[in-house]
Write a protein of this length. Structure first.
Length: 126
């Protein structure tokens, strides 16, 4: 537990177009790519969490060369991954949702090495 948690996931979040699949019968299923990214967030968070009433989340998404992505598409999957991993906790330590995120900074950056792609995540209590 800390007031600030910083870690890097060596993946780029899939776009919202690749988050959920809707079937003809109306059912919606989270895609394999989205499940993998959320699992990676949990792995790299290492069971750590931040206690507070509200939170600030800063993201730096580093895209490999020629990759594209809209800055507004990245946060949803990251926030859901953080919430599923139990990163957001109230003052008593109870897991709470990403609805308690009050502010966010998202930066899209590019890298020159083709194998690079990562998401740097910082969560702070405010």
């Amino acid at each position: 537990m800390s007031e600030k948690l910083t870690f890097t996931v060596p993946l780029v979040p899939p776009s919202l177009n690749h988050y959920k699949t809707r079937f003809r019968n109306g059912n919606t299923v989270v895609t394999k790519e989205a499940r993998a990214f959320k699992a990676a967030v949990a792995t790299y968070a290492r069971g750590e969490y931040v206690r507070g009433k509200s939170f600030h989340v800063a993201l730096r998404v580093v895209l490999p060369p020629k990759a594209r992505g809209d800055v507004d598409n990245f946060p949803k999957l990251v926030l859901d991954g953080l919430a599923d991993a139990g990163v957001f906790r109230d003052k008593k330590g109870k897991v709470i949702t990403d609805a308690h995120v009050s502010s966010m900074l998202v930066v899209r950056d590019c890298h020159t090495r083709p194998e690079c792609g990562s998401t740097e995540i910082e969560v702070s209590a405010i």
